[in-house]
Write a protein that binds this ligand. Structure first.
Ligand SMILES: [Zn+2]
Length: 537
């Protein structure tokens, strides 16, 4: 009898094929949800039932980090598919000041070609020329010439930073239509149809969305000085209102529709080499800026986004392509200080307008009896000293500026270019970094300011009565922490509590498609516990 059971068991094992890892996927889909903080992901995760629920059933890094201090769109997007922090990508901000630029406008936009005739930071020629490192899509094309590198986004800088210098198709919204900077690439036929459909959508008024009970419970109008109250909106839109379209769930629907059209028309994932499709979903950022992050508006936005991503994934399923998805964000965000104070954050406040670089420069000029503009920059972040000053005056101006900023009750720290240049790049987990280490990770000696001003936690760096009521850009974790999700059909899920960085996404996806990377060639490292095989198989 015993012998019989043993034989039966042996036969059973012999009849089963040995378990084998699946081959690499044919399409990598990388989604960046602009301003999708880890705080928002945690808050809404139990409410997701669509695409975000499906992706959250994969590997979830709850403590993902855009680890650097300059938590803006362009630096954040530059980390996701390069594997490098902004100190290495060179994308230290959305825009920086180059006083040696041979043009009247000394501000350089991160995704422009400043050498192009007539380009300025406001009317720019879109280009990846400021990005100092290659993207995953570029490296895949270098190894497999048949590989396609495609990007679709609401913002040009998101599409440019995720696809880089060699893209096959790159489409982004210019305020009126989806457009491209790749003038040599053939225009897919679907673009005209998408643009016509989107124009028709905008031309018609949009009725308010019908909030679920969960979102309706968040509908509390919050007064803001010099601004209409926010918190109880539902995206009713007047005919032709393009700004309202961009700050609504409709916008992400149009971006995902464009991405789906390109997948179908280009037959992405059906060639001889793996393809990469980057998608920048920008509406969450515009909703956050326009209404804050904790009202009915953000609730409706995130639940709509969940359904729209769900529809997009169902579309991908229908193509039969073997695909894998990574989802993250370019930065987090913080709610409006007016609502934060009601919700138990008593030190939430708006920045003192006296901190504006121009105002501080004026005060220094009066004290030191110097004429002209002395400082350039915003209320925080990189501040530049007028390079036409004599070395002696320059030293006096910097000393006085440091004294003024450091004495201000809203300022957490000020670091000079020299101090940052002397600081080693951090090597510890990103949740352990000091403020100077966070600033170091988005520091470039040529592009960064003469000093960087970091505001205290919960100080919103925009004053009253601007169009934006909330923002990001600080070195604090509400702006740094973002979800990092990996999903592939058939892979079981897990939640990882160990901190990870967005620079880890690129080496993880490279391992997934078996693209070798030279040791130490990127800042990030392959994340175990994902569908990727971090040790070469
Ligand atoms: Zn933003």
């Amino acid at each position: 009898m015993r012998k019989f059971i043993l034989a039966a068991v042996a036969a059973l094992f012999a009849s089963q094929a040995p378990a084998q890892a699946p081959p690499p996927p044919k399409l990598l889909v990388v989604i960046s949800v602009d301003q999708f903080s880890a705080d928002l992901f945690d808050e809404y995760r139990p409410r997701f039932t669509g695409g975000l629920a499906r992706l959250a059933s994969g590997t979830v890094f709850r403590d993902g980090y855009q680890s650097h201090a300059a938590t803006e769109t362009c630096p954040g997007h530059s980390t996701i598919l390069t594997g490098d922090r902004p100190a290495r990508t060179g994308i230290v901000a959305n825009a920086w000041i180059d006083q040696s630029a041979q043009r009247a406008d000394k501000t350089i936009y991160c995704a422009e070609d400043p050498q192009a005739p007539g380009s300025s930071s406001k009317a720019y020629k879109v280009s990846a020329s400021q990005l100092r490192v290659p993207t995953l899509g570029e490296l895949m094309k270098a190894r497999w010439p048949q590989s396609r590198n495609v990007a679709v986004a609401g913002k040009d800088r998101a599409a440019v930073m995720m696809s880089g210098h060699r893209a096959d198709q790159r489409w982004y919204w210019d305020g009126k239509k989806f457009t491209t900077d790749l003038s040599a690439a053939p225009v897919p036929a679907s673009i005209a149809a998408i643009n016509a459909a989107t124009a028709r959508e905008i031309a018609a008024p949009a009725p308010p969305l019908n909030p679920t009970a969960f979102c309706a419970a968040k509908a509390q109008p919050i007064p803001i000085e010099g601004h209409a109250p926010v918190g109880a909106g539902a995206f009713a839109r007047a005919a032709g209102d393009r700004d309202a379209f961009e700050a609504s769930p409709e916008f992400d629907g149009a971006i995902l529709g464009t991405a789906a059209a390109l997948v179908r028309e280009m037959r992405l994932g059906q060639g001889s080499a793996p393809d990469v499709l980057s998608i920048g979903l920008s509406a969450t950022d515009y909703v956050g800026h326009s209404y804050g992050t904790e009202g009915q508006e953000m609730c409706l936005q995130l639940l709509s986004l969940d359904w729209d991503i769900g529809d997009f994934l169902k579309f991908l399923d229908s193509t039969g392509v073997d695909y894998a998805v990574a989802l993250t964000a370019d930065h987090g965000g913080q709610d409006i200080p007016e609502r934060l104070r009601l919700h138990g954050v008593p030190d939430a406040q708006r920045v003192d307008s006296a901190l504006a670089a121009s105002a501080v420069g004026k005060a220094i000029g009066m004290k030191l009896r110097l004429d002209g503009s002395l400082l350039f920059g915003d209320v925080s972040g990189d501040i530049y000293v007028n390079r036409e000053l004599s070395p002696a005056d320059r030293a006096r101006v910097i000393a006085e500026a440091l004294r003024i900023y450091r004495a201000h009750p809203q300022v957490a720290a000020v670091f000079t270019n020299d101090e940052l240049a002397r600081t080693p790049l951090p090597r510890t987990p990103p949740d352990k970094w000091s403020l100077i280490e966070r600033a170091r990770a988005s520091f470039d000696p040529q592009r960064s300011g003469d000093f960087v001003v970091l505001l205290k936690e919960h100080v919103t760096p925009i004053g009253h009565a601007t169009r934006s009521v909330a923002t990001h850009g600080s070195p604090w974790d509400y702006d740094r922490r973002v979800p990092i999700l990996f999903w592939r059909p058939g892979f079981h899920g897990r939640v990882v509590e160990t901190p990870a960085e967005t620079v880890d996404i690129m080496p993880t996806l490279a391992a997934l498609v078996e693209l070798p990377l030279a040791a130490g060639s990127v800042d990030g490292h392959c994340l175990d516990g994902t569908p990727a095989f971090c040790q070469a198989r």
